[in-house]
Ligand binder design. Structure first.
Ligand code: GTP
Ligand code: MG
Length: 239
Protein backbone atom coordinates (compact mmCIF):
# COMPACT_ATOMS: atom_id res chain seq x y z
CA UNK A 1 0.00 0.00 0.00
CA UNK A 2 1.63 3.12 -1.28
CA UNK A 3 2.41 6.25 0.72
CA UNK A 4 1.16 4.92 4.05
CA UNK A 5 2.90 6.57 7.01
CA UNK A 6 2.67 5.78 10.71
CA UNK A 7 2.19 7.73 13.92
CA UNK A 8 3.54 6.20 17.11
CA UNK A 9 1.22 5.61 20.06
CA UNK A 10 4.18 5.78 22.50
CA UNK A 11 3.71 2.08 23.24
CA UNK A 12 5.95 -0.24 21.27
CA UNK A 13 3.55 -3.08 21.92
CA UNK A 14 0.55 -1.15 20.61
CA UNK A 15 2.57 0.15 17.65
CA UNK A 16 3.55 -3.45 16.92
CA UNK A 17 -0.07 -4.56 16.97
CA UNK A 18 -0.85 -1.76 14.49
CA UNK A 19 1.99 -2.74 12.19
CA UNK A 20 4.19 0.18 13.26
CA UNK A 21 1.69 2.77 14.47
CA UNK A 22 -1.51 4.54 13.48
CA UNK A 23 -1.67 4.52 9.68
CA UNK A 24 -2.36 7.40 7.38
CA UNK A 25 -4.85 6.88 4.52
CA UNK A 26 -6.91 4.70 6.87
CA UNK A 27 -9.59 5.01 9.50
CA UNK A 28 -8.71 3.31 12.78
CA UNK A 29 -11.50 2.54 15.23
CA UNK A 30 -10.78 2.03 18.91
CA UNK A 31 -13.76 0.39 20.54
CA UNK A 32 -14.30 -0.83 24.04
CA UNK A 33 -15.81 -0.31 27.43
CA UNK A 34 -15.68 2.90 29.53
CA UNK A 35 -12.28 3.66 30.99
CA UNK A 36 -10.49 1.34 28.57
CA UNK A 37 -8.23 4.14 27.35
CA UNK A 38 -9.77 5.26 24.04
CA UNK A 39 -9.68 8.96 24.94
CA UNK A 40 -6.16 8.69 26.34
CA UNK A 41 -4.94 7.15 23.07
CA UNK A 42 -6.59 10.01 21.16
CA UNK A 43 -4.83 12.60 23.33
CA UNK A 44 -1.51 10.81 22.86
CA UNK A 45 -1.78 10.67 19.07
CA UNK A 46 -2.77 14.34 18.83
CA UNK A 47 0.55 15.09 20.56
CA UNK A 48 2.64 12.43 18.81
CA UNK A 49 1.62 13.45 15.28
CA UNK A 50 3.62 16.61 16.01
CA UNK A 51 6.87 14.71 16.59
CA UNK A 52 9.41 14.64 13.77
CA UNK A 53 9.43 11.45 11.67
CA UNK A 54 12.58 10.13 13.36
CA UNK A 55 10.64 10.14 16.65
CA UNK A 56 7.54 8.50 15.22
CA UNK A 57 5.51 11.54 14.19
CA UNK A 58 4.70 13.37 10.99
CA UNK A 59 5.68 16.91 12.05
CA UNK A 60 1.97 17.53 11.69
CA UNK A 61 -1.11 18.93 13.36
CA UNK A 62 -4.26 17.32 14.73
CA UNK A 63 -7.98 17.97 14.51
CA UNK A 64 -9.74 16.75 17.65
CA UNK A 65 -13.52 16.52 17.46
CA UNK A 66 -14.80 15.98 20.99
CA UNK A 67 -18.40 14.83 21.28
CA UNK A 68 -18.39 13.94 24.99
CA UNK A 69 -16.58 16.89 26.56
CA UNK A 70 -13.76 14.69 27.83
CA UNK A 71 -10.86 16.48 26.13
CA UNK A 72 -8.33 17.94 28.63
CA UNK A 73 -5.73 20.52 27.66
CA UNK A 74 -3.82 19.70 30.88
CA UNK A 75 -3.41 16.15 29.64
CA UNK A 76 -1.99 17.46 26.33
CA UNK A 77 0.45 19.61 28.31
CA UNK A 78 1.62 16.66 30.40
CA UNK A 79 2.01 14.36 27.39
CA UNK A 80 3.84 17.06 25.39
CA UNK A 81 6.28 17.77 28.23
CA UNK A 82 7.01 14.05 28.52
CA UNK A 83 7.86 13.99 24.80
CA UNK A 84 10.07 17.08 24.96
CA UNK A 85 7.55 19.16 23.01
CA UNK A 86 6.86 22.71 24.17
CA UNK A 87 3.35 22.48 25.71
CA UNK A 88 2.17 25.78 24.24
CA UNK A 89 3.21 24.82 20.75
CA UNK A 90 1.65 21.36 21.25
CA UNK A 91 -1.67 22.97 22.15
CA UNK A 92 -1.52 25.44 19.25
CA UNK A 93 -1.08 22.50 16.84
CA UNK A 94 -4.40 20.96 17.84
CA UNK A 95 -7.64 22.23 16.31
CA UNK A 96 -10.14 21.47 19.06
CA UNK A 97 -13.83 21.28 18.19
CA UNK A 98 -16.67 20.38 20.49
CA UNK A 99 -19.60 18.77 18.67
CA UNK A 100 -22.82 19.22 20.59
CA UNK A 101 -25.12 16.93 18.60
CA UNK A 102 -25.23 14.80 15.43
CA UNK A 103 -26.13 17.70 13.13
CA UNK A 104 -23.23 19.69 14.52
CA UNK A 105 -20.89 16.73 14.24
CA UNK A 106 -21.89 16.18 10.60
CA UNK A 107 -21.51 19.91 9.87
CA UNK A 108 -17.99 19.86 11.33
CA UNK A 109 -17.27 16.84 9.13
CA UNK A 110 -18.53 18.74 6.08
CA UNK A 111 -16.16 21.63 6.85
CA UNK A 112 -13.03 19.53 7.36
CA UNK A 113 -12.04 19.52 3.71
CA UNK A 114 -11.88 23.31 3.68
CA UNK A 115 -9.84 23.39 6.90
CA UNK A 116 -7.36 20.80 5.62
CA UNK A 117 -6.99 22.67 2.34
CA UNK A 118 -6.15 25.77 4.35
CA UNK A 119 -3.75 23.92 6.64
CA UNK A 120 -2.16 20.91 4.93
CA UNK A 121 -0.06 20.28 8.07
CA UNK A 122 -3.11 18.47 9.49
CA UNK A 123 -2.14 14.80 9.52
CA UNK A 124 -4.68 13.28 11.89
CA UNK A 125 -8.40 13.78 12.42
CA UNK A 126 -9.82 12.33 15.64
CA UNK A 127 -13.49 11.88 16.50
CA UNK A 128 -13.97 10.92 20.17
CA UNK A 129 -16.51 9.37 20.22
CA UNK A 130 -18.00 8.99 16.78
CA UNK A 131 -21.11 7.16 17.98
CA UNK A 132 -22.29 8.74 21.26
CA UNK A 133 -24.52 11.50 19.82
CA UNK A 134 -26.02 9.10 17.28
CA UNK A 135 -26.89 6.62 20.01
CA UNK A 136 -28.37 9.33 22.24
CA UNK A 137 -30.48 10.96 19.53
CA UNK A 138 -31.75 7.94 17.66
CA UNK A 139 -33.15 5.76 20.36
CA UNK A 140 -35.20 2.64 19.77
CA UNK A 141 -35.57 0.08 17.09
CA UNK A 142 -37.71 2.25 14.85
CA UNK A 143 -34.88 4.80 14.55
CA UNK A 144 -32.09 2.31 14.02
CA UNK A 145 -32.16 2.41 10.22
CA UNK A 146 -31.94 6.18 9.91
CA UNK A 147 -29.29 6.30 12.64
CA UNK A 148 -27.17 3.75 10.83
CA UNK A 149 -27.63 5.55 7.53
CA UNK A 150 -26.53 8.93 8.92
CA UNK A 151 -23.62 7.43 10.83
CA UNK A 152 -22.44 5.49 7.78
CA UNK A 153 -22.51 8.61 5.65
CA UNK A 154 -20.44 10.46 8.27
CA UNK A 155 -17.98 7.57 8.53
CA UNK A 156 -17.54 7.24 4.79
CA UNK A 157 -16.88 10.94 4.55
CA UNK A 158 -14.08 10.48 7.11
CA UNK A 159 -12.69 7.50 5.21
CA UNK A 160 -12.61 9.54 2.00
CA UNK A 161 -10.83 12.35 3.80
CA UNK A 162 -8.15 9.91 4.99
CA UNK A 163 -7.61 8.63 1.46
CA UNK A 164 -7.71 11.92 -0.42
CA UNK A 165 -5.57 13.94 2.01
CA UNK A 166 -3.33 11.03 3.05
CA UNK A 167 -3.97 11.52 6.74
CA UNK A 168 -4.87 9.31 9.65
CA UNK A 169 -8.44 9.19 10.95
CA UNK A 170 -9.12 7.84 14.42
CA UNK A 171 -12.61 7.25 15.76
CA UNK A 172 -13.66 5.84 19.09
CA UNK A 173 -16.75 3.86 19.89
CA UNK A 174 -17.88 2.84 23.36
CA UNK A 175 -19.01 -0.74 23.25
CA UNK A 176 -19.76 -2.66 26.42
CA UNK A 177 -18.30 -6.11 26.34
CA UNK A 178 -19.55 -8.92 28.50
CA UNK A 179 -16.73 -11.04 29.92
CA UNK A 180 -17.84 -14.00 27.84
CA UNK A 181 -17.92 -11.90 24.72
CA UNK A 182 -14.41 -10.56 24.64
CA UNK A 183 -13.11 -13.80 23.20
CA UNK A 184 -16.29 -14.39 21.29
CA UNK A 185 -17.78 -12.20 18.62
CA UNK A 186 -16.53 -8.68 19.30
CA UNK A 187 -18.55 -7.07 16.54
CA UNK A 188 -21.88 -7.40 18.26
CA UNK A 189 -21.95 -6.33 21.88
CA UNK A 190 -24.24 -4.92 24.52
CA UNK A 191 -24.94 -1.30 23.71
CA UNK A 192 -24.28 -1.46 20.03
CA UNK A 193 -22.26 -2.70 17.12
CA UNK A 194 -18.77 -1.73 16.16
CA UNK A 195 -18.42 0.03 12.85
CA UNK A 196 -18.26 -3.33 11.21
CA UNK A 197 -19.14 -2.37 7.67
CA UNK A 198 -16.80 0.59 7.39
CA UNK A 199 -13.42 -0.02 5.82
CA UNK A 200 -10.44 0.40 8.12
CA UNK A 201 -8.70 -1.00 11.15
CA UNK A 202 -10.56 -2.00 14.30
CA UNK A 203 -8.89 -2.36 17.67
CA UNK A 204 -10.68 -3.47 20.79
CA UNK A 205 -9.39 -2.06 24.07
CA UNK A 206 -10.18 -3.54 27.44
CA UNK A 207 -9.31 -2.88 31.06
CA UNK A 208 -6.81 -5.12 32.74
CA UNK A 209 -5.16 -4.86 36.17
CA UNK A 210 -4.42 -1.34 37.46
CA UNK A 211 -3.21 0.95 34.70
CA UNK A 212 -2.76 -1.97 32.30
CA UNK A 213 -4.91 -2.23 29.20
CA UNK A 214 -5.31 -4.90 26.53
CA UNK A 215 -5.55 -4.03 22.85
CA UNK A 216 -6.74 -6.58 20.33
CA UNK A 217 -6.66 -6.36 16.55
CA UNK A 218 -9.95 -7.35 14.99
CA UNK A 219 -10.24 -8.54 11.38
CA UNK A 220 -7.61 -6.22 9.88
CA UNK A 221 -7.20 -6.93 6.17
CA UNK A 222 -3.39 -6.70 6.19
CA UNK A 223 -2.43 -7.16 9.85
CA UNK A 224 -2.23 -10.35 11.90
CA UNK A 225 -4.78 -10.84 14.65
CA UNK A 226 -3.38 -10.67 18.13
CA UNK A 227 -3.41 -8.82 21.41
CA UNK A 228 -0.94 -6.79 23.42
CA UNK A 229 -0.73 -5.05 26.79
CA UNK A 230 -0.06 -1.34 27.21
CA UNK A 231 -0.25 1.09 30.13
CA UNK A 232 -1.79 4.49 30.87
CA UNK A 233 0.70 6.49 32.96
CA UNK A 234 1.08 10.09 34.14
CA UNK A 235 3.22 10.68 31.05
CA UNK A 236 0.68 9.11 28.71
CA UNK A 237 0.43 5.82 26.85
CA UNK A 238 3.44 3.59 27.52
CA UNK A 239 4.48 -0.06 27.49
P1 GTP B 1 -15.16 6.19 27.84
O1 GTP B 1 -14.98 7.45 27.05
O2 GTP B 1 -15.90 6.39 29.10
O3 GTP B 1 -15.76 5.09 27.01
O4 GTP B 1 -13.70 5.66 28.29
P2 GTP B 1 -12.32 5.72 27.51
O5 GTP B 1 -12.08 4.42 26.85
O6 GTP B 1 -12.22 6.94 26.68
O7 GTP B 1 -11.29 5.81 28.71
P3 GTP B 1 -10.21 6.94 28.99
O8 GTP B 1 -9.26 7.04 27.85
O9 GTP B 1 -10.89 8.16 29.43
O10 GTP B 1 -9.42 6.23 30.15
C1 GTP B 1 -9.67 6.59 31.44
C2 GTP B 1 -8.50 6.04 32.26
O11 GTP B 1 -7.28 6.68 31.87
C3 GTP B 1 -8.71 6.37 33.70
O12 GTP B 1 -9.40 5.32 34.31
C4 GTP B 1 -7.30 6.50 34.20
O13 GTP B 1 -6.88 5.21 34.55
C5 GTP B 1 -6.51 6.93 33.00
N1 GTP B 1 -6.19 8.35 33.04
C6 GTP B 1 -6.92 9.38 32.60
N2 GTP B 1 -6.34 10.55 32.86
C7 GTP B 1 -5.19 10.25 33.48
C8 GTP B 1 -4.13 11.03 34.02
O14 GTP B 1 -4.13 12.26 33.95
N3 GTP B 1 -3.10 10.35 34.59
C9 GTP B 1 -3.06 9.00 34.64
N4 GTP B 1 -2.01 8.38 35.22
N5 GTP B 1 -4.04 8.23 34.17
C10 GTP B 1 -5.09 8.85 33.60
MG1 MG C 1 -13.51 8.49 26.25
Amino acid sequence: RANVRKITTSSQALDGLLGGGIETRTMTEFFGEFGSGKTQICHQVSVNVQLPPEKGGLSGKAVYIDTEGTFRWERIEAMAKAQGIDPDSAMSNIYYMRAINTDHQIAIGDDLQELINKDPAIKVVIVDSVTSHFRAEYVGRENLAVRQQKLNKHLHQLVRLAEVYELAVIVTNQVMSRPDMFYGDPTVAVGGHTLYHTPGIRVQVKKSRGNRRIARMVDAPHLPEGEVVFAITEEGIRD
